[in-house]
Design a binder for this molecule. Structure first.
Ligand code: COI
Length: 383
């Protein structure tokens, strides 16, 4: 049966990059990459009914080196450790970026990548900001397809389960001077996962620490952005919160994003979310949810939301729902928001009810990803 690998990239003519039939694909992938299959699969050691997020790794990984000004031939290898020099530049100056994406198994068994073109595009935006080489889109796509196809048996069944895919790039030049590296490793590994957050989350609006500043790296999926968020997040956890809602660096008056998710609110029945910018990550789930809200006739306002408006709306009842959206987190209801030492609870019965915005969007998104609803935007790319 032919399998169409379509790399999407919105607003460009880059619509159909690869069109490969199943048998062709095997030839193609072995021609493009060396594939060294493991002789000892770990698949039978995994309890697929009890998957923690990000602790179980599939059998294979993709690895490709950048040297002498170009990408070398990549290969698929058994999942395992890298050997690196202690002087590798990533350890010192933090040139490291990553992506998070997922593959889903449909009821008929088909495995599809969800909007991989968006992640590839964002990865290269991150690479550019961090002075790293871009990965050619066709190579990236082929690496994803090869890896996921090879480890297809690792894509879990089950309502909350999926295969999380982690592409990343690190600077590997052994050099202690400060400059961008001459050598890089690009790699992809995958993990069968269950839910990232169990149940709904409590978030604290952060009014002191900053995640990203205008002109900074906030829009890139750079490892350092996450490192810098750990200490404020830890303080929030000590206060009983699961996550932060970051505010703008200059005034701390406007809502930006939540640590692992973009933030969304339902205000007077409309879906409100801040505009992405150089301080807010351009989330693929965010983009998908906004498109689906429009499809469902839900009013959408992409605009600034001040902490005052949020607080007043929570007090008056104008804010009826709050949730975070992200690849790992999916659509995660927020049950309480801490603002300047006061806690505001949201009505979780309303938020999880079948007429709530969060529930409707979640059912729609999940239905599309798992092949239960028509994929009208052609977001699923079967491998
Ligand atoms: C994702 O949602 O995939 C992320 O990258 C967030 C996080 C797990 C770091």
């Amino acid at each position: 049966m032919p399998s169409y690998l379509v790399v999407e990239k919105e607003n460009t003519t880059f619509a159909k990059l690869l069109m490969i039939d199943e048998s062709q694909m095997k030839i193609d992938t072995t021609r493009s990459f060396d594939v060294h299959q493991t002789e000892t699969s770990r698949l039978d050691q995994v309890d697929f009914n009890d998957l923690d997020f990000g602790r179980v790794f599939s059998d294979h990984m993709f690895v490709m080196e950048f040297e002498d000004g170009e990408w070398q031939r990549g290969s698929v290898e058994p999942y395992g450790p890298f050997t690196m020099s202690p002087a590798s530049m990533v350890f010192h100056y933090g040139q490291a970026i990553f992506e998070g994406m997922k593959a889903y198994r449909s009821a008929d068994g088909t495995v599809s990548l969800f909007r991989p073109g968006k992640n590839i595009e964002r990865f290269n935006i991150s690479a550019k900001r961090m002075c790293m080489p871009e990965v050619p889109e066709d190579v990236f796509m082929e690496a994803l397809a090869t890896l996921v196809k090879l480890d297809e048996a690792w894509v879990p069944h089950g309502d909350e389960a999926s295969l999380y895919i982690r592409p990343f790039m690190i600077a590997t030049d052994s050099f202690v001077g400060v400059r961008s590296s001459d050598k890089y490793t690009f790699s992809i590994f995958t993990c069968p996962v269950g839910a990232y957050y169990k149940g709904s989350v409590k978030v604290k609006v952060e009014r002191h620490f900053t995640r990203a500043t205008p002109g900074g790296t906030g829009y890139a999926k750079a490892a350092g952005n996450y490192a810098g968020s750990l200490y404020p997040s830890q303080l929030a956890r000590e206060e009983g919160y699961d996550q932060l809602i970051w505010t703008d660096a200059l005034t701390h008056e406007y809502v930006e994003e939540s640590g692992t998710m973009n933030a969304m609110f339902v205000v007077n029945g409309k879906l409100v979310s801040p505009q992405t910018s150089d301080t807010i990550l351009n989330g693929v789930t965010r983009d998908s949810v906004i498109a689906l809200a429009k499809d469902l006739g839900i009013g959408v306002e992409i605009r600034k939301l001040s902490v005052r408006e949020l607080e007043n709306g929570l007090k008056s009842g104008d804010v009826t729902e709050a949730f975070g959206v992200g690849t790992a987190a999916t659509i995660k209801s927020i049950e309480a928001i801490g603002i300047d030492g006061k806690n505001y609870s949201l009505d979780m019965t309303a938020e999880s009810g079948s007429d709530s915005v969060a529930f409707r969007l979640s059912s729609e998104l999940d239905g599309i990803r798992r092949g239960k609803l028509k994929d009208r935007h052609e977001w699923n790319i079967p491998v």
